[in-house]
Design a binder for this molecule. Structure first.
Ligand code: CA
Length: 224
């Protein structure tokens, strides 16, 4: 695991580096914001520890810049500032967590571990969500309220189409084309049958209900 420490106070930076190396991490230091940003963008790290008050470019700006290149690298902000306003600014700029100086080294290590753990749990593929319903297109996993829901291939495709069109009213013809890839005889009720299967799995035992009927037209997936 490779960590970049962007911190201008030599003593603090060295202390963090030494401590983390003892924990088995590989650590590099940047003593100003400009160099820190450059290293973060050009090299590969698993996590970045970032001070806010830095020479050349401040930590908030460095964080914003890094986020343009990587949405996923965990960033832990480190600072002497401790007002709620400062914390919010830090988190809004793209930091994942915030630690106020002076801190206990044990707490720093615990937060690093938590961030790295969260990172490895990030699943690839496209994730869609509405309320507490989550669908991942690669793992093909669907959960509602943290409970996994088993769907058939057709139900999954139907839900995926709804998720891609959250909030839009979909006609039966739209659904037929997208999910069955055929034009339906408007007399058939197969779409309604499948929507009801899906409802019984993702909506029946949960609130709020997400699939809504638009009488005489079709359906819409929305949080109401
Ligand atoms: Ca500083």
């Amino acid at each position: 695991m490779k960590i970049l420490v962007i911190e201008d106070e030599k003593r603090v930076a060295e202390f963090i580096k030494k401590g983390l190396e003892e924990q088995g991490y590989f650590v590099e230091i940047a003593y100003d914001g400009f160099l820190g940003k450059k290293m973060a963008v050009e090299r590969e790290y698993d996590l970045i520890i970032l001070d806010i008050i830095l020479p050349k470019i401040d930590g908030i700006e460095v964080c914003r810049e890094i986020r343009k290149y990587s949405k996923s690298i965990p960033i832990l902000m480190l600072t002497a500032l401790s007002t709620t306003e400062d914390k919010i600014t830090g988190l809004d700029s793209g930091a994942d967590d915030y630690l106020v100086k002076p801190f206990q080294f044990r707490e720093l290590v615990a937060r690093i571990r938590a961030l790295l753990r969260r990172q490895t749990h990030v699943e690839t593929g496209q994730t869609y969500s509405i309320a507490d319903l989550i669908l991942n297109t690669e793992t093909r996993k669907v959960t509602r309220s943290n409970t996994e829901i088993k769907l058939t291939a057709r139900e999954f495709k139907l839900l995926e189409f709804f998720m891609q069109n959250k909030g839009k009213v979909l006609s039966r013809a739209d659904i037929g084309q997208a999910v069955w890839e055929i034009s339906f005889d408007p007399g058939t009720n197969i779409i309604d049958v499948y929507v009801n299967y899906l409802r019984s799995k993702i909506d029946k035992n949960y609130e709020p209900k997400l699939i809504h009927t638009i009488i005489g037209y079709g359906y819409v997936l929305k949080e109401e």
